[in-house]
Design a protein around this ligand. Structure first.
Ligand SMILES: Nc1ncnc2c1ncn2[C@@H]1O[C@H](COP(=O)(O)OP(=O)(O)OP(=O)(O)O)[C@@H](O)[C@H]1O
Ligand SMILES: [Mg+2]
Length: 259
């Protein structure tokens, strides 16, 4: 398995009721320290893939074969409480809408502290300090004040940073980010891209970036995986795919980006 952090083999996901396949034989690798972007049009199955990897598929969907090897362990077969321990600690999650990761009723700082404590990393004053450090690392100005704020009190850009701080709090080796910049305006998008670059450099973070935005993929990814109707139609180094897309669907995507 080489230095693969995440290695997905022949993953299938279907709708339980109708049996309709949403993902067909999806295989991909994320090596330590690299950024892999999953791109594709709306409904191509990107979010379903991310959710399947994180073990958070909606009840209507089920895994129907394949392996999800994380650090050599098949996490697709773990019980939900075992998986929950890996999620958050070893795999961080970032979503389009911070509301799905941040709890609206708790202050930002408290949520980070709770994560640190839940994973037995630190507690008390040192957890409080670490929470501020994490916010600072994610470019949050005045971390002390933000730690004392509720999610609804923050602007969209700050909430996104707070969610990223929470996602990396326990020191995960992999972050799965589903449309992490899609709810932001272009200036904030650029800042979040910069933040991911910085975290990668400083923490050696690996990223599975799920996005319909080829510009974001271009800015961050080493490798590209192109999805169409639940299947991977093309993959390879991002520079190569952007300069010489082979599959007609990829050509269309790349051409659309230049419009
Ligand atoms: N809860 C659900 N129940 C049934 N079908 C669903 C559900 N969520 C998504 N689907 C279907 O699964 C397929 C893949 O959807 P998915 O959300 O993974 O696409 P996506 O690539 O993330 O799209 P987008 O770019 O719009 O986020 C689509 O055909 C969609 O209609
Ligand atoms: Mg999606």
């Amino acid at each position: 398995m080489g230095d693969d952090l995440l290695s997905v083999r022949g993953l299938n996901v279907r709708l339980s009721e109708t049996g309709r396949m949403l993902l067909r034989e999806v295989s991909l690798d994320v090596t330590a320290g690299s950024v892999v972007a999953v791109v594709g049009g709306s409904g191509s199955g990107k979010t379903t893939l991310g959710n399947a990897l994180l073990g958070i598929l909606p009840p209507a969907m089920e895994l129907a074969g394949g392996e999800i090897l994380f650090q050599g362990r098949d996490i697709g077969k773990l019980k939900s409480d075992e998986l929950r321990r890996i999620r958050g600690r070893h795999i961080g999650m970032v979503f389009q809408e911070p509301v799905s990761a941040l709890d609206p009723v708790y202050k930002i700082g408290f949520q980070i502290i709770e994560t640190l404590q839940a994973h037995g990393l630190c507690a008390g004053e040192s957890a409080r300090l670490r929470a501020r450090e994490l916010l600072q690392l994610c470019g949050v100005p005045d971390p002390q004040r933000i730690a004392e704020s509720y999610p609804f009190e923050l602007s969209g850009g700050l909430r996104q940073r707070a969610m990223i701080a929470l996602a990396i709090a326990a020191g995960p080796s992999l972050v799965i980010a589903d449309e992490p910049t899609s709810s932001l305006d272009v200036v904030l998008q650029a800042r979040v891209i910069e933040l991911f670059r910085d975290l990668r450099k400083r923490l050696g973070l690996s990223l599975l970036l799920i996005t319909h935005d080829l510009g974001v993929a271009r800015a961050l990814a080493d490798e590209l995986v192109v999805m169409c109707q639940g299947e991977i139609v093309e993959r390879g180094p991002a520079v190569e795919i952007f300069s010489r897309p082979v599959h007609p669907y990829t050509r269309e995507l790349v051409a659309a980006e230049d419009l």
